[in-house]
Write a protein that binds this ligand. Structure first.
Ligand SMILES: [Zn+2]
Length: 399
């Protein structure tokens, strides 16, 4: 994995926040680390004698972040929040907002408390594809332990936000952080940290790179075979059927985009049992892609029936796990057509292309995972918890 640090560029930044912006953008530059608002970074600084955490604001993208994209929150408040036994996400957001020294700044990232708990000046967090790919396999943890040895701390999967911050706080209360180069959040991503911006970044590139090298040495991507392709009539029937469910009041506003990348075809040509493993690579993708795709046989006569079965299954999933939430629209955000490829749906070109970008990274992960025993995504219960999380829903409304 390429390290983009440049001494000359870095020399131009002389305060904590500028340096934070610089390496955040370096991370954001690599879609194999973070995509479309994923990941977050922070720096601990002092303002008028008070310890402040500048943490990525919700809704900002690391690739294009500016100083204004960081929320300045009082460290003392964040650390005392980590000690609370219970805290609802709504209360967490409200308390964090009250502890901000600039009320104009964006809402802090949902991982703000976790960043505060890590006792280093610069904290970097990504959803490194290679690491999450390995984590999402049956022996993921064993493989990662082999790759990293004792260099990283492992945190079993819990949902992001207060619960995760709390879990890390409890797990690390009596721990010497300086013996670790990073922290692996299983099925989620990677943290690195240092008092130097460069070292935190270097460690991220090194650790993510080790996982990437392992995948390149131990897995292979299949080349897709030529196929007939789906007909115009198939595409128009599919698009109109999905659009009717997704937006019954104005189905003509729904756009569909055929995935032109060979990775989509390579996945679609695998056995149905592999396609059925398709699900989110890292939890926050769920707001873009939904938990699972609709898998189609490619037979035009079966489109309505297959779509109806997907909606019924979605409704069943909602009924099984709901605790009073309102059911989201049950239409798929993307489909995989067996033997052919994939299609994404949305209201704007931007929305559709984001889904497709995320799809392509996920498809590669699923294909590579096959050489490591298969792809094991989060359970339905964990997916539901994430899909119906009020803070994720808030993020979506904002963007
Ligand atoms: Zn994350």
């Amino acid at each position: 994995m390429e390290n983009l640090w440049n001494d000359e560029d870095a020399a131009a930044f002389d305060n904590d926040l500028e340096m934070r912006v610089y390496t955040s953008r370096l991370l954001g530059n690599n879609p194999n680390l973070v995509m479309h608002g994923g990941g977050n970074t922070s720096v601990k600084s002092t303002v008028n004698g008070e310890d402040i955490l500048y943490v990525k604001g919700s809704g900002w993208d690391l690739e294009t972040i500016e100083p204004a994209g960081f929320a300045p929150v009082k460290m003392s408040t964040l650390l005392s929040m980590a000690q609370q036994d219970h805290l609802s996400d709504t209360d967490m957001v409200a308390q964090q907002r009250q502890a901000m020294i600039n009320p104009e700044a964006p809402n802090p990232s949902v991982e703000a408390i976790l960043h505060a708990v890590i006792p280093f000046k610069f904290v970097d967090h990504t959803h490194a594809d290679a690491l999450v790919t390995i984590s999402n396999t049956p022996n993921g943890k064993t493989i990662l332990q082999k790759i990293y040895g004792d260099r990283v701390l492992f945190v079993p999967y819990v949902m992001p936000g207060f619960i995760l911050a709390k879990a890390v706080y409890e797990q690390t209360k009596d721990l010497d952080w300086s013996q670790y180069d990073g922290m692996v959040l299983e099925h989620h991503g990677l943290f690195t940290f240092s008092d130097s911006a460069k070292t935190a970044y270097d460690k991220m590139i090194e650790l993510a790179g080790l996982a990437e090298n392992y995948l390149l040495e131990n897995t292979q991507l299949p080349n897709p075979l030529p196929s007939e392709g789906v007909t115009e009539s198939y595409l128009s029937k599919l698009t109109s059927a999905v659009a009717q469910i997704k937006c019954p009041e104005a189905p003509e506003t729904i756009l569909a985009m055929v995935n032109p990348f060979s990775i989509a075809k390579a996945l679609a040509q695998r056995d149905l049992s592999v396609l059925k493993q398709a699900s989110v690579l890292t939890p926050d993708h769920i707001i873009r892609t939904k938990q699972k795709p609709l898998i189609l046989s490619g037979d035009e006569a079966l489109i309505d029936e297959e779509l109806q079965a997907y909606i019924t299954a979605y409704q069943r999933y909602f009924d099984q796990y709901q605790t009073g939430e309102t059911c989201l629209n049950p239409a798929p955000n993307y489909v995989i057509i067996q033997g052919e490829g994939s299609l994404a749906f949305g209201k704007t070109e931007k929305e559709v292309s984001i889904i497709q970008d995320i799809n392509n990274h996920t498809f590669e992960a699923i294909l590579r995972a096959q050489d490591l025993g298969g792809y094991v995504p989060l359970s339905d219960a964990e997916l539901f918890e994430m899909e119906y999380w009020e803070l994720e829903q808030a993020k979506l409304k904002k963007s």
